[in-house]
Design a protein around this ligand. Structure first.
Ligand SMILES: Nc1nc2c(ncn2[C@@H]2O[C@H](COP(=O)(O)OP(=O)(O)OP(=O)(O)O)[C@@H](O)[C@H]2O)c(=O)[nH]1
Ligand SMILES: [Zn+2]
Length: 336
C-alpha cells in the first residue's frame, strides 16, 4: 500500500506487541493494545469528535503523538473514557496509516501543505453550471489534487436549470471522470439526491466547491435532517460567515452507508508538491508510454517519451492532451 505521510517512519508511532522484553515499556510509549478504534468526524480547537462503536466520543491527541495532526477521516486508536458522555475526554494514542490524503495550502502566505481530509475514497468537485460561472482551471486543479492524493474524482454539476452541462462535459469526457447533473428542484423532490447517493453509497466522499455553487443545498439533500447545515450563512455586513470554522465535517449519508465530508472554506489546492508520476497513474492507458521517459520526467517536458509513443498510435492523443493540461495547472495563475 502506498503511504501518504511526509515522513512515513514518523507516521507510525505504533508499538507492536513484540517478543516479551524486546522493547522497554516506558510511560511515553505505552502499548495500548486495548485501544478502541474510531474515525475522526470533526476537529475543533484541539478537540476531536470521533465515532467509536456508533458513539460520538470527544478526544484529545495524546502528547506522545507529537506534532502529527489527526484530521477528519483519520482512523485512530483511542483509550480512556469512551462513554461519549458529556464532559468526558478520551485520548488518541495512534493515527493509522492513511489510504488517501486531500492536501491544500492553507493560505497564500502559508507555504505549508496541510492535510484536510484523510482516507476519503472520492473527491466530489461541486461546480455550478452558471451563477457563478464554471471555472475549468479550478476543476482541473481539483482533479490533480485528487489524483495526487489517491482519491477518485467525481464531478457534481449543479444549477442545471440555469445552463446546459454540454460544454463542460466535452472537456471532461476524455478524462472519464464520473459526473452527475443536479438542480435544486430535483434535489428537493429527491430525484437527484437518489442519483447522487448511488455514486456515494458505501464510500467516504469529500466535497469541495466555491462559495455559491450550491454545495450546502446539495449536502443537505444527502444527509439526515438533524445533521444539516444552514444555507446562506454569510453575514451581510462583514461578508464573512458567522461560523468561521475551517475544519471539515463528516456527515453520514441518509439511507445509504457512507460519509459526506463537507470542507467549508476549501477553495483551492496547493499543487506545488504534486508528484507527476502519481498523476499519470490516473491515466493507465498512458502509463506504458512512460517507460522510456528520463528519470524524474515531469511528462510535460520536451524529453518526455509520451509524445513519440502516442504519435505511434498507442493511445488517444486527446488523453495525452488532457494529462498535459492537468499537469500545467501546477503553475498557479491569477484567479486560481
Ligand atoms: N437556480 C438555482 N439556484 C440554486 C441551485 N442550488 C442552489 N441554488 C442557490 O444558490 C445559492 C447558493 O447555494 P448554497 O447551497 O448556499 O451554496 P454554497 O455552495 O453552500 O455556498 P456558501 O453557502 O456561500 O458556501 C442559494 O441561493 C441557493 O438557493 C440550483 O440548482 N439552481
Ligand atoms: Zn514523461
Amino acid at each position: 500500500m502506498r503511504r501518504y505521510g511526509k515522513n512515513p517512519d514518523e507516521d507510525d508511532v505504533r508499538v507492536r506487541p513484540g517478543r516479551r522484553g524486546s522493547r522497554p515499556r516506558t510511560h511515553t510509549r505505552p502499548k495500548h493494545e486495548d485501544a478502541a478504534s474510531g474515525m475522526v468526524l470533526t476537529v475543533d480547537r484541539g478537540r476531536l469528535t470521533c465515532l467509536v462503536d456508533g458513539r460520538r466520543v470527544v478526544a484529545m491527541k495524546a502528547r506522545e503523538l507529537g506534532r502529527k495532526a489527526a484530521v477528519v477521516g483519520d482512523r485512530v486508536a483511542l483509550v480512556g473514557d469512551l462513554s461519549g458522555e458529556k464532559d468526558t475526554l478520551a485520548r488518541i494514542v495512534r493515527i493509522e496509516e492513511r489510504r488517501s490524503v486531500l492536501r491544500r495550502t492553507a493560505d497564500d502566505d502559508d507555504p505549508y501543505e496541510r492535510v484536510v481530509v484523510a482516507n476519503a475514497d472520492q473527491l466530489a468537485i461541486v461546480t455550478a453550471l452558471a451563477d457563478p460561472e464554471p471555472r475549468p482551471r479550478m476543476i482541473d486543479r481539483c482533479l490533480v489534487a485528487a489524483y495526487d492524493g489517491g482519491l477518485s474524482p467525481l464531478l457534481v454539476l449543479t444549477k442545471s436549470d440555469l445552463a446546459s452541462p454540454d460544454r463542460l462535459l466535452e472537456r471532461y469526457t476524455p478524462l472519464g471522470v464520473p459526473y452527475v447533473v443536479t438542480s435544486r428542484e430535483e434535489l428537493y423532490d429527491g430525484e437527484a439526491a437518489g442519483r447522487v447517493r448511488e455514486l456515494l453509497d458505501g464510500k467516504v466522499t469529500a466535497f469541495v466547491g466555491h462559495s455559491g455553487v450550491g454545495k450546502t443545498t446539495l449536502v443537505n439533500a444527502l444527509v439526515p435532517e438533524d445533521q444539516r447545515r444552514t444555507t446562506g450563512h454569510v453575514n451581510a455586513v462583514t461578508g464573512r460567515g458567522r461560523h468561521t470554522t475551517t475544519s471539515a465535517l463528516a456527515l453520514p449519508l441518509d439511507g445509504a452507508g457512507g460519509w459526506v465530508v463537507d470542507t467549508p472554506g476549501v477553495r483551492s489546492f496547493g499543487l506545488a508538491h504534486v508528484d507527476p508520476s502519481r498523476v499519470v497513474l490516473a491515466f493507465p492507458d498512458l502509463v506504458p508510454g512512460t517507460e522510456e521517459c528520463p528519470r524524474g520526467c515531469t511528462h510535460d517536458e520536451p524529453e518526455c517519451a509520451l509524445d513519440a509513443w502516442v504519435a505511434e498510435g498507442h493511445a488517444d492523443p486527446e488523453r495525452l492532451a488532457s494529462l498535459r493540461r492537468l499537469l500545467s495547472t501546477r503553475e498557479r495563475h491569477e484567479g486560481d
